[in-house]
Ligand binder design. Structure first.
Ligand SMILES: C[S@@+](CC[C@H](N)C(=O)[O-])C[C@H]1O[C@@H](n2cnc3c(N)ncnc32)[C@H](O)[C@@H]1O
Length: 234
């Protein structure tokens, strides 16, 4: 099952009022209106808008979903490539007009192409859902970036999900880091496999990031922020 892909393919066929149900073992269950994946620039949260405003040069949108960010960049004349492992989402992106699409798992994808900006939108920097994946994500991104290249992302401090009435945090036992989650997606009556994701707060992110990288917060809005990572001395 490819919950995001199936839901978005249906949306293109005119089913515009469906939801993707997000079940979690540690947090409250959530729903994503499918139309959110088709948002245009004006409907995007400020953090995403600022990430897009800071894009320059040839761009790779990792986990690009239904293509909303790539379409916006394309319209601005930016050469943008969408990478996503979901066949359904790659089909949807193509049907919506995204010109350059790579249907691959980011962690196993190999290419000699080099980019100037790499985007991870909708908390995409937490892809893989553990510290090892974070380090792989950063290393792999910089292997694929031209000198002077940048990672742009949005992320969220989800500690508020564990806040008690007295302000203290009730963190589930055995949770290595408060931002780690396990999700299962359901669309209609079909469920995907459970997968891991991570929501890194800015302090944790700086702590994990090797010192050779600069980390700048471009915008903050409630628990969310938009960040830029570059290599120092460039
Ligand atoms: C939360 S959605 C965000 C979609 C899009 N960036 C947006 O903001 O609308 C996460 C996306 O990452 C993709 N994804 C997750 N893990 C991936 C991986 N290892 N390689 C490629 N794509 C991945 C999923 O298929 C999904 O489209």
């Amino acid at each position: 099952m490819d919950a995001f892909g199936q839901a978005c393919l249906d949306f293109l066929k005119g089913v515009s009022d469906e939801f993707i149900y997000v079940e979690s073992k540690t947090m409250e269950d959530d729903i994503i209106p499918v139309k959110h994946l088709f948002r245009d620039y004006n409907e995007m949260p400020k953090c995403e808008q600022i990430a897009l405003d800071n894009v320059r040069g040839k761009t790779l949108d990792v986990g690009g979903g239904a293509g909303s960010h790539c379409l916006y960049l394309q319209k601005k004349g930016i050469c943008a490539t969408l990478l996503d492992y979901s066949p359904g989402l790659c089909e949807v992106s193509s049907k919506r007009g995204v010109k350059s699409i790579i249907q691959k798992d980011f962690f196993t994808w190999q290419s000699n192409e080099r980019y100037d900006s790499i985007l991870f939108m909708m908390n995409g920097i937490g892809i893989g859902g553990d510290f090892e994946s974070f380090h792989k994500t950063i290393e792999k991104s910089f292997e694929s970036l031209n000198p002077g290249g940048q990672i742009l992302f949005d992320s969220t401090d989800i500690s508020f999900c564990y806040k008690q009435e007295d302000g203290s945090l009730l963190i589930p036992v055995n949770l290595e880091y408060i931002g780690f989650v396990k999700f299962q997606l359901r669309y209609k009556n079909k469920k995907d496999n459970w997968f891991k994701w991570a929501y890194y707060d800015s302090k944790k992110l700086r702590e994990m990031l090797p010192l050779k990288y600069n980390f700048e917060i471009l915008h903050k809005e409630g628990p969310s922020y938009c960040g830029k990572i570059t290599l120092k001395d460039q």
